[in-house]
Design a protein around this ligand. Structure first.
Ligand code: FES
Ligand code: FES
Length: 162
């Protein structure tokens, strides 16, 4: 049997070290250590609900090995809710105000995909927004209200297409 490994990284601004079996996914490592804001859906890379930001890039944590995030900076929805990042707060507010949450199952992953889009300078363009969230599945909303929320954030940041 392979020996457990230690993985050290920054999680929502705080340094953490977790001990895991070498084949453990990032998703399992996070959830096994009580980070339940990271949702588990298909666990096969299809649904996107497990999406987190790794060094600013959205990644599906179920198909990322824990060992790959050694030294990385990881942000989850908890980091956006309790952190001081204004964009994160704007996205979460917009999701609530635009009625973008029904069962809520896809929401953490959608919020993280939105965060990457806006952080990368994403504009208020529905087609571009749909592309940005194309790796995230929602079975309830028809996507319209989710796109509306991200559009609103981009618009509020003055990124309207003229
Ligand atoms: S749980 Fe990771 S993509 Fe579905
Ligand atoms: S709100 Fe239910 S899956 Fe998206």
């Amino acid at each position: 049997m392979s020996k457990d490994i230690q993985v050290s990284f920054t999680l929502n601004g705080k340094p953490v070290t977790y001990t895991v079996a070498p084949h453990t996914s990032l998703l399992r490592m996070l959830r096994n250590n009580y980070n339940y804001d990271v949702k588990c859906g298909c666990e096969e890379g299809d649904c996107g609900t497990c999406t987190v930001l790794v060094n600013g890039e959205s990644m599906k944590s179920c198909i990322t090995l824990a060992a790959q995030v050694e030294g990385a900076n990881i942000v989850t929805t908890k980091g956006l809710t309790y952190g001081t990042d204004e964009i994160g707060h704007m996205i979460q507010r917009a999701f609530v105000e635009c009625g973008s949450i029904q069962c809520g199952f896809c929401t953490p992953g959608m919020v993280m995909a939105a965060k990457e889009y806006i952080d990368d300078g994403g504009i208020a363009d529905r087609k571009a927004i749909r592309k940005a969230i194309s790796g995230n599945l929602c079975r309830c909303t028809g996507y319209v209200k989710i796109v509306d929320a991200i559009y609103r954030v981009a618009k509020d940041l003055g990124r309207e297409v003229r």
